[in-house]
Design a protein around this ligand. Structure first.
Ligand code: PRP
Length: 173
């Protein structure tokens, strides 16, 4: 699979415990209204599936696939959705689920687009946050872990599409 792992950063127990607490926090943050949990693919697929099972109030699930134009270092204000949620967003609480906030570019591009759909509220939930984004207009309301500034893989996160399936989060050599 190319690169070797350096160290386990969050093991399965750390992740399960934190995801359970986040589910509790999210459940009490939305006492009423329709909640739509929107997972940003592909990185969020494992986190999202564990998280929604820890939220004990009614919700709907849908996904977003955003194009990064193949070059993540190019900071364009534009975003193109390769998959646009079929569920109606207007009037609902939207919780956008990310695996990791790194530079914050992905979020910066998506939030304006989602706001334009007139949701009742729009918040971000990220399992990992590196806190290195300098121009993040929209704060991340729910954060799992303040992550070290290393290249992290596992639990959905990849390096060249590898490592997404490992059940813990590790850094690469
Ligand atoms: C990764 C990750 C986040 C984003 C974070 O996605 O899943 O969505 O980068 O980085 P940023 O804060 O610097 O924008 P990627 O584009 O690699 O796609 P993937 O989810 O399919 O792995």
């Amino acid at each position: 699979m190319g690169r070797a792992l350096r160290r386990v950063v969050y093991n399965e127990q750390d992740i399960a415990r934190r995801v359970r607490d986040m589910g509790t926090e999210i459940t009490s943050a939305y006492p009423d209204g329709d909640l739509l949990v929107l997972g940003l693919l592909k990185g969020s697929f494992i986190f999202l599936s564990d998280l929604v099972r820890q939220i004990t109030r009614p919700l709907q699930v849908d996904f977003l696939v955003a194009s990064s134009y193949g070059d993540k270092t190019f900071s364009s204000g534009a975003v193109r959705l390769l998959y646009d949620p079929e569920t109606e967003l207007e009037g609902k609480h939207i919780l956008l689920v990310e695996d990791i906030v790194d530079t914050g570019r992905t979020l910066g591009r998506l939030m304006d687009l989602l706001k334009a759909r007139n949701p009742r509220s729009l918040e971000v939930c990220a399992l990992l946050h590196k806190h290195i984004a300098t121009e993040l207009k929209h704060p991340t309301r729910f954060v799992g872990f303040d992550a070290p500034n290393e290249f992290l893989v596992g639990y959905g996160l990849d390096h060249a599409e590898n490592f997404r399936h490992i059940p813990y989060i590790a850094s690469l050599q």
